[in-house]
Write a protein that binds this ligand. Structure first.
Ligand SMILES: [Zn+2]
Length: 481
């Protein structure tokens, strides 16, 4: 996520066109797998999505470690006139324990009409946001869970007092368009999910909306059909993702593209009535070249930007979701969110205590880019960061031991960014940039804990563990060199 403290939030208007005024048939979800083979949870192709789900130490009420989701096939239909979402979620999962139930998160405003497990109807309870499915399950067995549901999703209160967002999840604009940002949680506001970052899974998302609107999601659009006044788009994400980096938006959108020097085609989805927004975003191609020069090849097989009616920016995997503000569409923020594709999306902390792993490096790379763009030294940019870091740490806590009600504040950005710069000065540019490249490349699609990361850093740098612990866990800022 972009850093809210640097955000110059504006009060722009709605970003999507009015919904189609002609009478439209009620959108309805079509069955998944109508043309595809039935889901096979034992397919070894799903093995890269095997995870070690944990109970989150900061937000333990969200997610459940009994479920290891492998693949979400979400068939969604959105009717703007009635603000109704109809969903059919087919989830291939592994049970991590032998027991009598499975538990997922699903927002209370959504009404579940049926649940099947391996094709058989099963009982369920849906109290609060907990969807508990009653069925005997065996440790390490894989199952297909299908949940049908409908309703008007409501975003969840976000555990933060940031200036650029205070709710998360499915968000409805005044004209009936929709978008999502859901860090640290909130995916559950629109689909049944193990909504915790340690459980990565594959995604196929199909969205049906009244034409000429279109649904946009992560990955590559594999199909678009226009029939009976409805447009259906299908999206495939080819690498596992945590739920907080999943995105869906609906509205009247136009797509343009350009290509980075390295040959990565970048899509820009902007509201059709604001085509000029795409022009400013095209600097992403140069930004990606700059990042690849430091981090190595872009890790995924597609890249896009999706402009929505938000004030924030989010590193949703392969389809970055950006508010249409001056700050969130600045090249510095494009670089920040693209840096997250390596740091956050490819390698992901398993627990929200360690969101510093994402934001520290993204903020450091953003600072290095900014220094170059402004013709300043990185030291000078770090001086600016240091002025913001002290009060942020005092207010919100150490980066790796922050106040749970102050998620995403400056403390998780500036302190770790300063730590990386101090480390760079200690070990030199060559060793530092090799370290930065090697970390996401060494174990892609994994979640790595604080101790695993620090062990690796200490082993590689021979810098004492105390250096990292002081920057990440101390209530006061360590001295800078
Ligand atoms: Zn970020």
């Amino acid at each position: 996520m972009g850093c809210g403290l640097l955000s110059a939030c504006d009060d722009h208007g709605g970003s999507t066109a009015a919904p189609p005024s002609s009478p439209t048939p009620s959108a309805s979800a079509s069955l998944p797998g109508e043309t595809d083979a039935p889901p096979d949870p034992d397919d070894p192709a799903l093995d890269p999505a095997l995870s070690h789900p944990v109970e989150d130490s900061v937000y333990p009420d969200v997610g459940d470690p009994s479920v290891d989701s492998l693949h979400y096939d979400l068939d969604l239909a959105w009717t703007p006139d009635t603000r109704t979402l109809e969903g059919d979620a087919t989830i291939e999962l592994r049970s991590t324990a032998t027991g009598d139930h499975l538990q997922l998160d699903l927002g209370q405003p959504l009404v579940v009409s049926s649940v099947t497990l391996d094709g058989d109807d099963v009982e369920f309870q849906h109290e609060g946001k907990n969807l508990v499915v009653d069925a005997p399950v065996t440790k390490d067995e894989r199952y297909v869970l299908e949940v049908r549901y409908s309703g008007t999703p409501q975003p969840a209160p976000a555990p933060t007092n940031r200036s650029d967002f205070n709710t998360s999840g499915w968000t409805i604009t005044p004209d009936g368009g929709t978008w999502t940002m859901q860090e640290p949680y909130g995916a559950f506001t629109w689909y049944p999910v193990n909504d915790q970052p340690s459980d990565k899974a594959y995604y196929d998302i199909t969205v049906t909306v009244p034409s000429p609107w279109v649904g946009i999601a992560n990955g590559v659009m594999t199909d678009q059909t226009d029939q009976d006044g409805l447009t259906t788009t299908s999206w495939h994400l080819s690498r596992p993702a945590s739920s907080y980096v999943v995105t869906v938006a609906t509205g009247d959108y136009t797509r343009t593209t350009n290509t980075s020097g390295s040959g990565v085609e970048i899509s820009y989805w902007v509201p059709s009535d604001r085509p000029g927004l795409a022009t400013g975003l095209e600097a992403a191609a140069d930004g990606l070249d700059w990042l690849e020069g430091l981090l190595g090849p872009y890790p995924f097989d597609s890249l896009g930007f999706l402009l929505v009616d938000s004030r924030s920016g989010m590193e949703t995997q392969t389809m970055i979701t950006l508010g249409a503000t001056d700050y969130t569409t600045s090249t510095a923020v494009l670089v920040h969110e693209m840096a997250h594709q390596w740091y956050g999306d490819e390698v992901t902390p398993p627990d929200w205590r360690d969101v510093w792993m994402n934001e520290g490096m993204a903020m450091y790379l953003q600072g290095c880019w900014q220094a170059q763009a402004d013709g300043r030294s990185v030291d000078a940019v770090m001086d600016d960061y240091a002025k913001l870091e002290k009060p942020a740490r005092a207010q919100s806590g150490p980066p790796a031991a922050y106040d749970p009600q102050q998620f995403g504040q400056g403390n998780i950005y500036y302190g770790p960014a300063l730590m990386w710069h101090e480390l760079r000065k200690r070990i030199g540019d060559t060793a530092f940039w090799k370290l930065v490249r090697d970390w996401p490349a060494r174990a892609p699609e994994t979640n790595t804990t604080y101790d695993e990361y620090l062990d690796w850093l200490v082993d590689r740098t021979h810098v004492h563990r105390r250096f990292f612990n002081q920057w990440l866990l101390s209530p006061t800022t360590p001295p800078r060199s």
